[in-house]
Design a protein around this ligand. Structure first.
Ligand SMILES: [Fe+2]
Length: 484
């Protein structure tokens, strides 16, 4: 039978859907997994059960799967499950997709109008001992952290007023508090943004709303020990656009970038708004407050790097013109003058790339070491993997204070998002794990590095005997953070 999925970037070649749920007990290991690594690496993967209703769609619309790679005593087990969403159940009952374009309910089959079309495919998080799968267009979906069985939608027992919750929550690993926001919080294409906080046990302790300068894709935000920072960047939409039956977003180069900063436990009425040129960032590496100054380190480019979003705004996809870089934006709150346009200072601190990480102990604080994935054209032509035309092929360890870079790469492979795993040994920088796609054999490996010396190559390779559809984000959860 012919592949029913379209021969497009998002569904062909390495991006062809897998649609496989499985368990692999004891992955074959080359090298040695340090016995101190004890916990679960959860990853979210978009993997559509059915071909798109309207002929084509985008990678990030796929039904959510969650992958758990459990490390214990030098061994690792692998589990992959679909999230049994209302959407997937309805599609399976019909044996075809009833859902249309990316984040556009106006394009759905009439039989599912008004039903939950959420796929929860972006980030798994564990908070208060409970596992949730997140995507920014919906509230959370709770899963069993051990079996990955779907438990149901979660909105803090109905207490959360926001209709949405970011997939990029920020945990204060010293206090256990969870900081989050939802955009389009009051409904489709609204400017409402909800900012909310849960305590270490998972209780909602704060929710307050503000209005963004315009409706924007607010994919990530940062929190420091003192401040919450909300970037508003010109990837935008409106109801009229959605009624035309197109994907949710378009790039609008005519709009400014705004950054709102408020005390993290303050009121949204205390928000100070800064304004700068149009640019886009999916992910921030870290942020910290230093006196009256707030520093935010982000992977930023001069436009949105998703081809379908750039194209919808009338721009041609050209990554070479996008000026991707790791930048530090510094906001001086003491110099803020409400009678003027206030902006920020940018310092480039690293190359273009994405999927930035820091160790949990460094989150929200002044720090030295970050990790990220980059595309290095010197080791071969671009290879498709994931939602952008070129998968990452190199891993970087960057000292943001000295500029020192240590890197590792391997030809004919792509690398998914790395995760940092803490060590229990004092003075040890911990480990990095990354899923490496082996395109020559259509298989994959989990690579495990000693984080301080990634340039020496992996200390262990865990063999996965099948292709892996590209995950979006993951979270490392130490065993002690899971209630047993
Ligand atoms: Fe993200």
């Amino acid at each position: 039978m012919a592949n029913p999925f379209p021969h497009s970037m998002d569904f062909a070649g390495h991006n062809e859907p897998m649609r496989i749920e499985c368990d692999i007990y004891d992955l074959v290991v080359e090298g040695e997994i340090p016995a101190e690594i004890d916990g679960v690496w959860y990853r979210s993967i978009p993997d559509p059960q059915y071909a798109p209703l309207h002929g084509d769609d985008v990678f990030i619309s796929g039904d959510g799967m969650v992958n758990a790679i459990t490390f214990e005593n030098g061994h690792a087990d692998y589990k992959l499950r679909y999230i049994m969403t209302e959407r997937l159940k309805n599609d399976r009952a019909a044996r075809r997709s009833l859902h249309g374009k990316y984040r556009n309910p106006f394009t759905d089959d009439p039989s599912v109008q008004g039903k939950d079309r959420g796929v929860y495919n972006t980030t798994p998080i564990v908070h208060g001992g409970r596992l949730f799968a997140l995507k920014e267009d919906n509230v959370a979906m709770e899963l069993d952290p051990f079996t990955l069985e779907t438990k149901g939608r979660f909105n803090f027992g109905g207490l959360l007023k926001s209709q949405t919750m970011t997939a990029h929550t920020r945990t204060d690993f010293d206090t256990g508090e969870l900081f989050a926001f939802g955009y389009e919080a009051g409904g489709l294409a609204t400017k409402d943004v909800a900012y909310f906080i849960a305590d270490k046990d998972g209780n909602l302790i704060h929710e307050e709303w503000f209005e963004a300068p315009y409706v924007a894709m607010m994919h990530d935000f940062v929190v420091t020990k003192e401040h919450a920072v909300f970037p508003i960047m010109p990837t935008t939409t409106d109801l009229e656009r959605l009624k035309q039956g197109v994907p949710h977003w378009a790039w609008d180069h005519s709009k400014s970038t705004y950054v709102g900063i408020m005390p993290r436990k303050g009121k949204v009425s205390d928000m100070l708004w800064f304004e700068g040129p149009p640019c886009f960032s999916y992910h921030m590496m870290n942020a910290f407050t230093e006196g009256s100054r707030v520093h935010m380190d982000l992977c930023v480019a001069d436009m949105n790097m998703f081809p379908f979003i750039m194209g919808a705004g009338g721009y041609e996809y050209n990554p070479m013109n996008a000026n991707g870089r790791l930048a530090r934006w510094t906001f001086d709150l003491a110099a803020y003058d409400s009678s003027k346009k206030n902006t920020w200072q940018e310092t480039v601190i690293g190359p273009g790339g994405d999927m930035p990480r820091v160790a949990d102990k460094d989150h929200m604080k002044d720090y030295e070491i970050g990790y990220m994935a980059v595309f290095d054209p010197r080791i071969g032509p671009p290879i498709l993997s994931g939602p952008t035309p070129a998968g990452f092929n190199a891993l970087l360890r960057l000292n943001v204070k000295t500029g020192e870079i240590r890197a590792w790469s391997q030809p004919n492979t792509t690398l998914q998002e790395p995760v940092h795993i803490k060590s229990r040994q004092s003075g040890h920088e911990g480990y990095l794990a990354v899923v490496c796609d082996l395109h020559e054999t259509n298989t994959a490996q989990v690579l495990l590095f000693s984080a301080s010396e990634i340039e020496k190559g992996p200390i262990a390779r865990l063999h996965i005997p099948m292709r892996q559809r590209c995950a979006v984000h993951g979270m490392w959860v130490p065993a002690e953070a899971l209630r047993k």
